[in-house]
Design a protein around this ligand. Structure first.
Ligand code: AQP
Length: 334
């Protein structure tokens, strides 16, 4: 079966190793398969759920495109565009906010994590974010959505919205019910400063993540400073449990080397962290240095990045505007 792939990344700056290993690496692989039709979106409407500096946002939109291309996504074969240009996303999101139930949104753990203790001060957009995400996906009849493990719950909400709409309006299959595509091994990369917290762009400490724009010296310094524990590396997976930092670093190593976690555990069994970190630095630099150099190069060619977004916009708008017109007809708008 041909797959229709849709996924997005927020242009909130500092795209990191978690975004790469959890999502972008998968985008590249799927984009290379001739049987897939892939749409990759810079989700700038999602980005403004928290305050953004306008100039920086514009720059970050381009940097996200540059990161896609530098990582290996071919803009000629795949559609790359920014969400705010295609009006259908916001239109469908309103309609879906009348389909989704409060109880569904109240269960979303990411809102609870991101809003923290002061929920009253969080934007309404941060709360309803998964509804906009459903619009992104369903407008393109996406069959598969490659995401990191942290987005699984949001994707389930998209599925619920699709099913409820189809049932409510007796339109079987009007919206395709999308499947998540989540890396089987090591789908959540954790902070380098705290192995129990997700690696995240918005974390204040830059030492908590490897940015895709970090150069070799920065990678070396961040890995050397990465939190560990006092024991040597364990001989098996069981003994890795309850050692979140060791598990995270070995997981990163295994993902980059494309091996299983237990193979990585075997390779470093009984070794101390400093030996292991040397090897980890080697594979990280090998993988990321060419990407960061390419991002820098592409960022100096604004016209090229704008051209990718404009071409992508035309193609995306053509698909989404037709779908939203049909959606409105079904509802009874005219
Ligand atoms: N730590 C992670 N491990 C694995 N996958 C991750 N992703 C994000 N962090 C990790 C995946 O990257 C894709 C794009 O994410 P996003 O930028 O749209 O939003 P996010 O999940 O909210 O990422 P951040 O870094 O935590 O951003 P901020 O701090 O701005 O909110 C998604 O597929 C995500 O699963």
């Amino acid at each position: 079966m041909n797959k229709k792939i849709f996924s997005g990344v927020q242009p909130t700056g500092n795209l990191h190793l978690g975004n790469y290993l959890g999502a972008i690496q998968n985008f590249v692989k799927l984009g290379k398969d001739q049987n897939n039709e892939c749409i990759y979106c810079v989700v700038d409407l999602h980005a403004i759920t928290v305050k953004q500096d306008p100039k920086l946002l514009t720059e970050n939109i381009r940097e996200t495109v540059a990161t896609f291309v530098a990582s290996g996504i071919d803009p000629k074969k795949n559609i790359i565009f920014n969400q705010s240009k295609v009006a259908a996303h916001a239109e469908a999101a309103w309609i879906f906010s009348c389909v989704a139930r409060m109880g569904w949104l109240n269960r979303m753990t990411q809102f609870k994590e991101k809003a923290g203790k002061d929920k009253e001060k969080a934007s309404v957009g941060l709360y309803s974010y998964p509804i906009l995400m459903a619009a992104d996906i369903l407008l393109y009849d996406a069959t598969h959505v490659p995401v990191g493990d942290d987005q699984k719950q949001h994707l389930e909400l998209s599925r619920d919205i699709a099913q409820k709409f189809n049932n409510d309006f007796n339109k079987e299959n009007f919206f395709k019910v999308p499947e998540p595509l989540i890396q089987k091994e090591f789908s959540r990369i954790m902070s380098l400063r705290d192995g129990t917290k997700k690696m995240s762009k918005s974390e204040i400490s830059d030492l908590s993540r490897i940015n895709l724009t970090d150069n070799k010296d920065m990678i070396i310094s961040k890995i050397k400073k990465a939190k560990t524990d006092p024991l040597p590396l364990p001989p098996n997976l069981d003994e890795l449990e309850n050692r979140p930092e060791a598990k995270n670093l070995l997981g990163i190593y295994s993902s980059l080397k494309n091996i299983n976690l237990d193979q990585a555990v075997n390779e470093f069994s009984g070794k101390n962290f400093s030996d292991f970190k040397e090897k980890l630095i080697e594979v990280l630099v090998d993988k990321l240095e060419p990407i960061s150099k390419e991002i820098n190069k592409l960022m100096s060619d604004k016209n090229y990045l704008n051209e990718i977004l404009n071409n992508g916009y035309e193609k995306a708008d053509n698909i989404a505007s037709k779908k939203v017109t049909k959606l409105k007809e079904i509802i009874g708008f005219y």
